[in-house]
Design a binder for this molecule. Sequence first.
Ligand code: G3P
Ligand code: MG
Length: 356
Amino acid sequence: GPSDLGQRFSHSAAAPARPPFGIAFDIDGVILRGRSPIGGAPRAIRRLYSDDGTLKIPFLFLTNGGGVPEHRRAHELSQLLGVNISPTQVVHGHSPYRELVDRFKDDLIVAVGKGEPGVVMSEYGFRKVLSIDEYASHFKDIDPLAPFKAWKVAQTDSYMSAKVHPSYDVFSERVKGVFVVSDPVDWGRDLQVLCDILSTGGLPGSGKGEQPPLYFAADDLEYQAAFPSERLGMGAFRIALESIFNKINDHPLKYTSYGKPNPFVFKNAASILEKIVMNMYPNSLTSKEVIDCQFSTIYMVGDNPKVDINGASKAGHPWSSVLTRTGVFRGQDNDPQFPADAVCLISGFFPRPVAV
Ligand code: G3P
Ligand code: MG
């Protein structure tokens, strides 16, 4: 009968079975510590590819970090891990900022953080972008401590954004939005300049004014970098900015934070994984069968219970969480507050602090 035919069709020998699961890997504290791969991470990632280099298991990187365009990160990770990672497989904390382009049209925005935050925002389509380095450089004496700073600000990022855009008159044009793209580099200056922008309606040195919208790519209090114990992340910077802003203004700071553990991040990652599966089966007949199927499980492999595991748990089906002992989490068993579905028994990655 017809149901019989349907059965045969969906199990046709010509159609390769679609993998029933996908994987989202956290980067810092799972794949990398600083710029060095952790333990068997490169080998684990290579196992997701066939010998001819094609993808066998759909996966992506779901990190709260960033600071460079996704294609740049994909290239760096490809080199570090020895496989061909596509830009689609990289989801940064700031990746959803590209959805906000229409809200800011020709507005001047300031991009904050390590790497090339201005380039990231320009590539997303924002038309008037200045990195905080370049923005601050227009205002003489805005940072009274600058003369005591031994370092020189790298001009690569601001140079790039200046090349894309004509110069702006920052003394008449108000900043209409502030985007913290990645971990701020010079906290002291950035706290000062952001308080200026946010308290004055986007014009440092002028009177009080309405706060322009402020976005954070993530809200990680701490994360695992190369140093043996956790480092302060963007969430710590947010706390510093918020407490100072609230002391010098009579209204509280307003902001929006992206990144894990927000459930929409996991929803978005699941739909990207669906696209990745589609690309694995370019044949249209197969694609139909692939479309009719869904992941029974998507694994979130992370090191931070509050961020990665909490996020996957809140996202619900088909997410399942795997907690590694290679980063923020160091417990013996499971995390008591945000227990994972599985805990990886990887250990021995923590050398004692080394005296230099
Ligand atoms: O700065 C990056 C950090 O906050 C988190 O990165 O890869 O552990 O989500 P990740
Ligand atoms: Mg991590």
